[in-house]
Ligand binder design. Sequence first.
Ligand code: SF4
Ligand SMILES: [Zn+2]
Length: 307
Amino acid sequence: MDQWILERRPARAALDPFVPYDFSVEQERSASGEVVPVATVFLTNRECPWRCLMCDLWRNTLTESVPLGAIPAQISHALARIAGETACPTIKLYNSGSFFDRQAIPIEDYAAIAERLHCFERVIVESHPALVGDGCLRLRDLLRGRLEVAMGLETAHPEVLRRLNKRMTLEQFSKAAEWLKKNDIDLRVFVLVKPPYLDECEALEWAKRSIDFAYECCASVISLIPTRAGNGAMDELAARGEFSPPKLRTLEAAAGYGVGLQRGRVFADLWDLERISSCDVCYQQRRARLNDMNLSQSITPQVECHC
Ligand code: SF4
Ligand SMILES: [Zn+2]
């Protein structure tokens, strides 16, 4: 499976190990209900060792580990350029893999990383459930702010999850989530909306079940990601009729379900949303509606359109 996925990959980007490949500031609703600016730094580092079928994050990674000091330098680079960064209470350090992968982020750099994050009240990093462990405790104890770990559940559909090649079971996911809770670390969960092998109707049903599963694992935030092609493998599945991206309405319905539960925060990922729109007339209104729901965590009126 790994080989089949690797053989279909397009080229990766050429990156500088001392410069993050991107950084941004976005608004996000916090647990206390305020809308706060959140800084995100997309770290340049060694590629994740897993080979998930739908993953395209490797495109902005390196084939070798970065030198010691490179990750703290990348954080300094981004923070110096993010206007008004001291006003951001939250920072996401997303590394296209697992922060606790020692080939990606050297553990010797944790202290220097934590030092640079001193002004943040909340620090969010990503991890595969298999790497949740001692590294989390080390980082948690070095940070002044609270640690939140984002894990990809992807889907609660056991067979589709197996076919995604993530090499993770639902049981492993819930054990990692339980461990985080026991160690006073918050959990954010990524859920794919319409992974391959599901039709539109099944996709909505399994997005809902995945939201339920994430909440059973005590997620405080669930991020709904429309599944996309573009990594070679997914394009081939699309050509075979085994994958198509979700309709915008499916994402809206999944977000509406999650927000309606009022068990935590549910955000629809709006990145590149236009790709899943099929109607130019209502696209902007639908996007604005999802953005409002993300920020208010309440269900706003549906968009009426002939489409
Ligand atoms: S674990 Fe995450 S980053 Fe790694 S290959 Fe899978 S989806 Fe991509
Ligand atoms: Zn329309």
